[in-house]
Design a protein around this ligand. Sequence first.
Ligand SMILES: [Ca+2]
Ligand SMILES: [Ca+2]
Length: 338
Amino acid sequence: MVLHHKQQAENMRKLQSKLTKSRNKGVAVLGVLAIVGVTGMLAYQLVSLQSVSIAHVKLTKNYDQLLAYASGLEELFSARLLQDWFEADDRPFDNYEEDWASSKIEFEISDLEESEFNIRVFDLQSQFNANGLNDPDSLIAGSAFNNLCSEIRLPYDTAPKIQDWIDDDESIQPSGGEDFEYSRYNPPFRTPNQLVADISEFDYFLNLNDEELQFLSDHVVLLPTNQLIVNINTVSEPVLEALLESVDVQEDVRSIVNDDRDYTDVEEIIADYPYMEALRPNLAISSNFFRLEATVYIPNLGRIDFTSEFFRHPDDGEVTVYKRDFGKRHVWEEEFEY
Ligand SMILES: [Ca+2]
Ligand SMILES: [Ca+2]
């Protein structure tokens, strides 16, 4: 009987120890699982973070490469402008028949198949320099600008508002606007009182619709000078007509602009069209300001659109980029195949 009890107690002890052991084992397994889980999560985190940063580096690298192509196209156009300056003995003028105006790229820029390069260039002195509204010596800038704007019936206060935006005083001209006026806007802002750098500045103080903005970007430029001088070999029909109207000349200038123009002297055009005499201070046969619009597309790298504006110094032909815009997407006749 005693023995039987002893046996029973012994069995109970064994069973208890077995249970404790397997409970310990369970805790250990859970511990291992937790460690595996945590390290797994860490590994996943590391790998996914790494792939994000790899993608990031790749994007930056691709964009850098596209930027290099973009600056290559700028160099190409600068070289063409300088070459044209060296040839001024033969052709002192600038017109769209010359090599600088070509949209062709005669050599292979990239050996990557299906890469595309598109350029087009403009003589900015074929358009109206709205910063000329700030030339105190110009008697015609304001009225010429109003004549140009009357084509699309821009609000009558457009010119005086631009003038006040540029001039360095705080006195408001009729229908204009200075800090006092704009302090009532929400949010309020001040006039920069300096030359306009980009047409988008007009959004602050002019309430223009898309059609009006398009008209302005087609005919108006903002050069880093307040001189209003157009190139008679490239000037557009509406701009030339607006200028003539401001000196009370109503003429159809289509015969001038549709002709092949290669005037080597302002006197020449005045001899052909005596009414041009009144515009003499605003006329030139060549240009100092140009614009390049370009798009580069390289498969696997992506696409970059840019617009750069160039100044070519008339004395030594030195070419400088004074403005770059990577925000405007260009449309081409032969659109990219993607
Ligand atoms: Ca030339
Ligand atoms: Ca002002």
